[in-house]
Design a protein around this ligand. Structure first.
Ligand code: 3HC
Ligand code: NAI
Length: 709
């Protein structure tokens, strides 16, 4: 059972006496986040318990689906309102009557800290306990680092706080984070029974600050040293992970109150950092992008049987993503041989997971029972949704859609995974344009989180809603995009890659550019990405566009030169880097540098040096400017949709919140000044987006456009 929510007018925390137990219910929809009213209410309730002689125990529970999801993330960045959460937790711990926290649903961050400050804890099935602050650029700042280490030991506490992972009730019991797991899922009844038992046995308050989890000093020192070494290696550029380790060390070495003070200082430093702002922005962005006018106004269509056309890189990856979500998949290929290759592609993805120990043979067998292959389109007669992933060629796509128009049942959603082609044109070529949608996955499709839901002019709202529903089933971040060449992500990629090419021809080496971009926080630089994906893909696109390219636009030929030599990257052993004997990490190539020199000479460019910072500024300015154009044209609904696209499809560092959020942090006027300075050299490429010009003129930023769609 979950407790039902009280009417909106009720206060955020209610308390009432049940026999001799004061039941304190946190009722602050949607997730009982600890805003100022909840914090105040908790203190009032504990004061009431201590003041009333008839109260012999206190029970804290959450209304609705969760115990408490944590501090109210929306309050960060605003002036602090007392009481603070550490004060609340300390007051709970000081309570003179035994306090029980009864946990169902989420007890995360500050929510778990409230439970840790309570004297006894019980969790029911389905509970999710965790200290995920690290994912928001924070550390537990209400005693969580000090109490968790004392309760469950340094190693387990560090593992929870550094991973941010949630654990279930049984695991929490095993670690000693809770005292018991309820027999039923009726959290209220379980909690109340526990409280009565404590009264019956005359149990005293049991304060976590006195727990002995750090008693084995040697083991604690070793756990802290190991965590520090591991964190130094892994947490590139992030502030809070090492501070978490420092706090646990303080828990070991300092008296409790001093440890709390140390934790608070570290917490406040993290809370004021741009990383926290970036990560909290990312948290909200991931939720906001799921909201579009269509998901508000229309219901999704059925989504059980899915067809996939094409079993190449994308078709196979998409099939695996669908199978992993429990859906039934029919794959169509051109002929038996291609179908065999397509099915083998799907199996290969699973086999790689098995080899890494991430999947069992049984799970693979179970997934493949829902997979069927065919060479005849009639096999799609029952499909609810079909995703086309054949060659990137308009005629090939239209031929496939003509077949779908012929065989699919009325109301089936017909989607294309095209990267660049005009989906309005594809839709117009069949008798049911209202059913045609773009579903643009990213490679590898079973791993990459981004799904661009591309909305053509004539599509029905419920078809768009179905695209968002599919993303939810696949646990992907869906971003609504309009039709244009490259939609949101690839259109931006083309522009910032061009900026990188200009930098390369002007004097920076591809290796320096990659390093500068990595140091900014991307996992890879642009030339490493080209080598990984295959230089031939971009080359083919450039050749296709050659006829329509503006003859006055700057064109850097270096990439073409490499492709003409058959250097397509990793798969051919050479690209911008050399990959000796099948190596996955490339080494710089002097011959590539000679080719670049020759191209500079041919183009009449006198090379000049760039600092890493200058490289990043140009790269980012190009990205931000095109992002602004995309918002200005309505291709993206809001700047935050651009942020989600770059973070989840293109490796933009989450802690910087995406390019548009980043632009706000450096100041749009500064970005505009950069663009205008670069335009002195190349006014055609560096044309300031009208949106940036307008926002700067009005003293506004991108965030001001991020209201709900
Ligand atoms: N503060 C404010 N709003 C929150 C929130 C929080 N801590 N957690 C969730 N919300 C909001 C979401 O933004 C969303 O709002 P919307 O409906 O307007 O879009 C709504 O609650 C529902 O959230 P979800 O869509 O994520 O709902 P789910 O049911 O899928 O997930 C959840 C629930 C598991 C609780 C998930 O929301 C979550 O993981 N929340 C964040 C938990 C967290 O990071 N807590 C730590 C906070 S930092 C802290 O506590 C510092 C302390 O140490 C001092
Ligand atoms: P691919 O060349 O690996 O696979 C295409 C597959 O389609 C081949 O197996 C081919 O046999 C099959 N096919 C061709 N015509 C067919 C037909 N008429 N009926 C059935 N099957 C047919 O191509 P890839 O990379 O998988 O790309 C597919 C689509 O996905 C393209 O539109 C591409 O632009 C898009 N895309 C590609 C990404 C990538 O990184 N490779 C990323 C996102 C989208």
């Amino acid at each position: 059972m979950t407790l039902s929510s009280a009417p909106e007018t009720a206060s955020a925390v209610q308390h009432e006496l049940r026999g001799s137990v004061l039941v304190v219910t946190i009722d602050h929809a949607p997730v009982n986040a600890l805003n100022a009213a909840v914090r105040r209410g908790l203190i009032d309730a504990i004061e009431a318990a201590d003041a009333d002689a008839s109260v012999r125990a206190v029970l804290i529970v959450g209304a609705g689906r969760n115990f408490i999801a944590g501090a109210d993330i929306r309050e960060f960045g605003k002036p602090a309102v007392p009481p603070s959460l550490p004060e609340v937790c300390n007051r709970i711990e000081r309570c003179e009557k035994p306090v029980v926290a009864a946990i169902h649903g989420a007890a995360l961050g500050g929510g778990l800290e409230v439970a840790l400050a309570s004297h006894y804890r019980i969790a029911v099935a389905g509970a999710k306990l965790g200290l995920p602050e690290v994912q928001l650029g924070l550390l537990p700042g209400a005693g969580g680092t000090q109490r968790s280490a004392r309760l469950i030991g340094a190693q387990a506490a560090l593992s929870m706080m550094l991973s941010g992972h949630h654990i279930g009730a049984e695991e929490a019991l095993r670690l000693g984070l809770v005292d018991r797991v309820g027999q039923s899922d009726d959290v209220f009844a379980e909690g109340l029974a526990f409280a009565h038992e404590l009264i019956a046995t005359k149990a005293a308050p049991r304060r976590t600050k006195n727990a002995r989890g750090l008693a084995d000093k040697e083991a604690s020192v070793a756990a802290i040293a190991a965590a520090r070494a591991e964190t130094q290696k892994k947490s590139r550029g992030l502030l809070s992970p090492l501070k978490i380790v420092d706090c646990v060390e303080a828990a070991l070495n300092l008296p409790f109150d001093e440890g709390l003070r140390f934790e608070r200082e570290q917490f406040l430093e993290c809370r004021e950092s741009p990383q926290r702002a970036g990560l909290v922005h990312a948290f909200f962005v991931e939720r906001e992008t799921q909201k579009s006018p269509e998901t508000r106004d229309a219901q999704p269509r059925a989504l059980d049987r899915i067809g996939v056309i094409g079993g190449g890189t994308m078709g196979a990856g998409i099939a695996v993503a669908l199978l992993d979500a429990g859906l039934a998949v029919t794959m169509i290929e051109r002929d038996e041989a291609s179908l065999e290759r397509g099915s083998a592609h799907v199996e290969k993805v699973y086999d790689a997971l098995i080899a890494k120990g991430r999947l069992t043979h049984e799970s693979k067998t179970r997934a493949l029972q829902r997979f069927h292959g065919d060479t005849k389109y009639d096999a799609l007669a029952d499909a609810d949704l079909v995703i086309e992933a054949v060659f990137e060629d308009m005629a090939a796509k239209k031929a496939v859609f003509a077949q779908l128009d012929r065989v699919c049942k009325p109301g089936a959603v017909l989607a294309t995974n095209t990267s660049y082609l005009d989906i309005d044109e594809i839709a117009a070529s069949i008798s049911r344009p209202q059913d045609v949608l773009g579903l643009h996955f990213f490679s590898p499709a079973n791993i990459m989180k981004l799904l661009e839901v591309v909305v053509p002019a004539r599509v029905s709202a419920d078809v768009v809603a179905t695209g968002f529903e599919l993303a939810k089933k696949l646990k992907k971040v869906a971003v609504r995009a309009g039709v244009c060449d490259g939609f949101i992500g690839n259109r931006m990629l083309a522009v910032y890659r061009a900026a990188a090419d200009h930098l390369m021809e002007d004097g920076a080496s591809p290796y320096q550019i990659d390093r500068a971009v990595r140091d900014f926080g991307f996992p890879m630089g642009p030339y490493q990405v080209i080598d990984l994906a295959g230089g031939d893909i971009g080359w083919a696109a450039r050749k296709r566009r050659a006829a329509t390219r503006d003859p006055n636009a700057r064109y850097v030929r270096i990439g073409d030169e490499l492709c003409e030599r058959g250097w397509f990257g990793q798969k051919t052993g050479r690209g911008f880097y050399r990959y000796e004997d099948g190596a996955r990490t490339g080494t710089p190539d002097a011959e590539v540098e000679s080719i670049i020199d020759a191209e500079r000479e041919r183009a009449g460019v006198k090379p000049r040096p760039f600092t890493d910072e200058q490289i990043v500024r140009r790269y980012l300015a190009a990205m931000i400017n095109e992002g602004a154009n995309i918002v200005h044209e309505g291709i993206a609904q809001r700047p935050l949709d651009v942020d989600a696209t770059l973070m989840h499809g293109f490796g933009f560092p989450r802690y910087r919140g995406g390019p548009m959020h980043y632009a706000d942090t450096v100041g749009l006027d500064n970005v505009l000044a950069d663009i205008r300075a670069f335009a002195q050299e190349d006014p055609l490429f560096w044309r300031a987006s009208p949106l940036i010009v307008d926002l700067v003129a009005r003293g506004r930023n991108f965030a001001s456009l991020n209201q709900t769609a």
